[in-house]
Design a protein around this ligand. Structure first.
Ligand code: ARG
Length: 442
């Protein structure tokens, strides 16, 4: 069976037959069919499979290992969970979401790409390959990292125009081991930060997702739970008084909040290429941490810092979605974020209840808040400011709008009078431009 394409694969250069290629390998259908294709269609002698651990479930590694063995693939597993968890917590400081999605897949891809590049360089590979299609975001996120090296970049599924159906037939014909790889009904991408589910019936936006697409979250039920999260300079460092490392903290929050049904989203997402995709996500820890962090910022940042930071945060999230956190723009955004986060230290109490994580208490030594100043129970604002001092402010407040309104009302009244009586109704005042034909020119 030959791949459904008219032309030869278009790689960046023609590899030597003795070349080795490092393949981003998950053990799923796409990356499994890439192994023989890289040899037969691209002429590589040796394929190295690299699976990067960013917190996928254990079963995925077992499956990748099993498939790799059956394929006779030299299989490398790299643990990148720490670097990934740190990136996730950076995204909390930037309150980062894209169209409602906390960016799990997007944040993971550059970390995965870098780990694969490191293996490829250490193993003297001539090229790097991934199993992404030409329709999604991941091809772009991988390649922006890989194209900073001198290695060739190969995307067999995209270059050969493969379909899922072709891959299934190709795998069956060659007896490729895909039992675990294509067994599920949905296309799922899981890491520490989020679990994404797409494909099949979910591609129809009106299709209501069945409960079985969820794995991290229970259906929201009765009962509630309070949780205390401690932040230091915008980073969460402890849960209920116990200090925790990033990976453990995220894992624990996923469990605790997932049990209350927290962190489900169902969105129409605009991909980088402009195609819309219907996505379902689960991200309990991200929902809790993003909400708690914003609650603490609302206490310690000034009004103008908060307002300006929404723009910084928006740009940061956009670059994260694009897999471009290495861009110089992000260094500059990080400068602003780091400066504001120096004071984002304190504790937030979150109530987990009925599928929601609601901040219900916050405290910080940096709170820009004076209870006595704002209180109903005190007469003055502070030593030098009395309530009565606001009278002058109140007189000015909205002055320009009131003036504009009265000018508009006057002009409308004049126009109406002209329409009704044929005079401009403004005897004694300057004639208006539109009335100069009204006999007044003599
Ligand atoms: N649309 C998301 C993104 O581009 C996640 C896609 C995850 N892939 C999957 N097969 N579920 O970041």
């Amino acid at each position: 069976m030959t791949p459904p394409t008219d032309s030869a694969p278009s790689t960046d250069s023609t590899p030597q037959s003795t070349d080795r290629v490092a393949l981003a390998f998950s053990g799923g259908l796409d990356t499994t069919v890439c192994v023989p294709l890289l040899k037969e269609e691209y002429g590589f002698d040796e394929v190295i499979g690299v699976t990067v651990d960013v917190g996928q479930p254990d079963a995925e590694f077992a499956e990748a290992e099993e498939t790799a063995t059956a394929l006779g693939l030299d299989h490398h597993v790299v643990d990148a969970r720490e670097a990934f968890a740190e990136t996730c917590l950076d995204s909390v400081r930037a309150n980062a979401t894209y169209q409602g999605y906390p960016l799990g897949t997007a944040l993971a891809r550059p970390v995965i790409a870098q780990s694969i590049l490191d293996v490829a360089l250490a193993q003297n590979c001539a090229a790097l390959a991934h199993g992404c299609t030409g329709k999604g975001n991941d091809q772009l996120r991988f390649e922006t990292v890989w194209r900073s090296s001198d290695l060739d970049v190969i995307a067999p599924v995209r270059e050969l125009g493969l379909t899922r159906e072709f891959e299934q037939e190709y795998a069956a014909e060659r007896d490729l081991p895909i039992e675990g790889g294509d067994g599920g009904a949905w296309s799922i991408d899981t890491n520490l930060w989020s679990r994404s589910v797409e494909g099949n019936e979910l591609e129809e936006p009106s299709y209501v997702p069945p409960e079985d697409i969820y794995d991290w979250t229970q259906p929201p039920s009765e009962g509630s739970e309070l949780l205390e999260i401690e932040f230091e300079e915008g980073y969460p460092v402890a849960l209920d008084g116990t200090s925790m490392e990033p990976i453990a903290l995220i894992k624990q929050l996923n469990e605790v909040a997932g049990a209350h049904g927290v962190g489900r989203t169902d969105v129409m997402e605009d991909r980088m290429l402009g195609l819309k995709v219907r996505e379902n996500y689960e991200h309990p820890a991200a929902t809790v941490l993003l909400g708690a962090h914003e609650a603490l910022e609302s206490l310690v940042l000034t009004k103008e810092e908060r307002s300006f930071k929404t723009q910084i945060d928006h740009e940061w999230a956009k670059k994260a979605y694009e897999g471009l956190l290495a861009a110089p723009l992000v260094d500059a955004l990080d400068g602003f974020i780091a400066s504001t986060q120096k004071r984002v230290t304190g504790t937030v109490t979150v109530k987990l209840e009925g599928g929601r994580a609601r901040p219900v208490g916050r405290e910080s030594p940096y709170g820009v808040y004076s209870a006595s100043a704002a209180s109903f129970n005190t007469a003055a604002v502070d030593d030098g400011i009395e309530q009565a001092d606001a009278t002058g402010v109140a007189k000015y407040h909205g002055f320009q709008s009131r003036l504009a309104k009265s000018v508009i009302d006057d002009a409308n009244a004049t126009a109406e009078a002209v329409a009704d009586g044929g005079t401009d109704g403004s005897e004694g005042s300057e004639p208006r431009a539109e009335n100069t034909t009204n006999g007044s020119e003599k």
